[in-house]
Design a protein around this ligand. Structure first.
Ligand code: VIB
Length: 226
C-alpha cells in the first residue's frame, strides 16, 4: 500500500520526526486495532479519554480560526472544528453508548496526565505562537490518523474495530487530511516564503511536530493501561 500524500510540508516534518513517526503510526495499540486483538476494555478506556482529548482539540482548532490571517485559512480551520465536534466526537458518543457508557459519563471522564500533557502542549503552542506553531503541533494528530486509517483499511484482518478504522480510512476523512496538508503548505509559504524549508523557523516547527508525535505515542501507551 502506498502512503497517502498530504503535501510537501507534512512530508518534510514527518521525515524530520525520525523514528518517533513509526513509533506512533505502528504502535502496538494500532496493530491491535488492525488484527482485533486489542482488549475491548482498552479500546473503551481509550475512547473515553479521546472524547476529552477531542474537546480540547476542538478548542485548539478554534484558536486556529483566531490566529488565521486570511479568509481561506479561516475556512479551513472552521471546517476542522466542525468535523471534530459534529463527526469525530459523535463517533465516540455512538460507540460508547452502544457499549453502555452514557454521554454524561463521557463528559465527566477524569483526564489522564498523558492526555492533559498533549492537549495543553498544543494549546500552549497556539497561545504563545502564530498559526504555524499551532499547525505544526496539530498536524501529527490529523495526518497520523490519516496514515493509520489508510493502512488499516487496506491491511485489517478482523472486523472487530471496522467502524473506527472505516471513519479514518474513508474518503471524507482522507479529504480532511489533504485539506489540512494544503493549509500547512500555504500558511508556511505566506509567512516564510516559498523557500520556507531553509528558514531557521522551520527547524523549530519540526521540533513541535516531533514533540506532538511523541505525545501521540504516550497516548496510545496510556490506552493500553486502563
Ligand atoms: C489522541 C488522538 N490523536 C489524534 C486523533 C485524530 N484526530 C483528532 S482531531 C482530528 C482532526 C479533525 O478530524 C483528528 C483526525 C484522535 N482522535 N486522538
Amino acid at each position: 500500500m502506498s502512503t497517502p500524500d498530504y503535501g510537501r510540508a507534512f512530508s518534510l516534518m514527518r521525515e524530520a520526526a525520525g523514528e518517533a513517526w513509526g513509533a506512533y503510526t505502528r504502535h502496538a495499540f494500532v496493530e491491535g486495532l488492525k488484527d482485533g486483538s486489542l482488549p475491548r476494555e482498552s479500546f473503551l478506556h481509550y475512547l473515553r479519554q479521546d472524547y476529552v482529548f477531542l474537546i480540547h482539540f476542538s478548542r485548539a482548532w478554534a484558536l486556529a480560526v483566531v490566529k488565521s490571517e486570511t479568509h481561506e485559512e479561516m475556512l479551513a480551520a472552521v471546517a476542522t472544528v466542525n468535523a471534530l465536534v459534529a463527526e469525530e466526537m459523535q463517533l465516540h458518543v455512538g460507540i460508547c453508548e452502544a457499549a453502555g457508557i452514557p454521554q454524561e459519563d463521557l463528559f465527566a471522564t477524569p483526564e489522564r496526565p498523558e492526555n492533559l500533557a498533549y492537549t495543553r502542549f498544543v494549546l500552549e503552542a497556539g497561545y504563545s505562537g502564530d498559526l504555524l506553531d499551532l499547525l505544526a503541533a496539530l498536524a501529527p494528530c490529523v495526518m497520523g490518523y490519516g496514515e493509520i486509517g489508510a493502512r488499516l483499511g487496506a491491511e485489517k484482518s478482523s472486523e472487530t474495530y471496522a467502524d473506527w478504522i472505516g471513519t479514518y480510512a474513508g474518503e471524507g476523512f482522507q479529504g480532511d487530511c489533504a485539506a489540512v496538508g494544503q493549509l500547512l503548505d500555504s500558511a508556511l509559504e505566506r509567512r516564510l516564503g516559498k523557500d520556507y524549508a531553509n528558514s531557521p523557523r522551520f527547524a523549530t516547527l519540526c521540533d513541535k511536530f516531533r514533540k506532538a508525535t511523541e505525545l501521540e505515542v504516550s497516548f496510545w501507551q496510556m490506552g493500553l493501561t486502563p
